[in-house]
Design a protein around this ligand. Sequence first.
Ligand code: AMP
Length: 220
Amino acid sequence: MKLVLFGPPGAGKGTFSGQIKKILPDIPHISTGDIFRENLKKQTELGLKAKKYMDAGELVPDEVVIDMVRDRLSKDDVKQHGFLLDGFPRTIEQTKALDEITSIDALILLELDREIIKKRILGRFSCPECGEIYNKYTLPPKDAIGEDKWKCDKCGAGIEFAQRSDDTEEALEKRLDVYEKNAEPVIAHYKSKNLIRTVDSTDTLKMSEEEIKSAIGYKR
Ligand code: AMP
């Protein structure tokens, strides 16, 4: 299958990719954000080109992303097993370029209320000792020892809630605004082709295999 996974930051695209992999274990999961991060780690020319945009939370220029995706989609694993594109297309130019490269079976639109996204992202924190991940609103440690203070369920260390520096409300609002502005024409484009499949992403981990198959339009 040739699928695009689409949705706002914090909607759980990574989690839902894992669910799709249960149905289609060989499908290459192609995340443009991951490819940029790998290139940055290896200090490649592409990584260095993308760095300043990524640092500022801005989109890397279309021509850079489009060339990268065109190259990735020409590989043998894609010819054999299709693809699950995650994080591309993000703009109408990227959408048109993808149309020229190939035709997709569906765009899976993960929908989640903005207030829930904010709680998910702004509430997350981890144990400074063992790294166990929690959420102040949705998944706090069991043992509260004061306001915003707990004992870690896993290692027993004392933890005080501290927001990640890149998870401020202001930065998140900006990322959500950027998403909404760019998403509108992309969604309209695929809606006109009748290719949108909407998934409520409140709790996709609870979906059964049958529900996932039906959500992505898998027929075999
Ligand atoms: P992500 O992990 O998908 O949020 O991507 C991380 C960063 O990589 C983004 O903030 C952008 O700077 C860049 N990026 C990833 N995918 C794209 C894309 N399709 N178009 C432009 N920039 C992208």
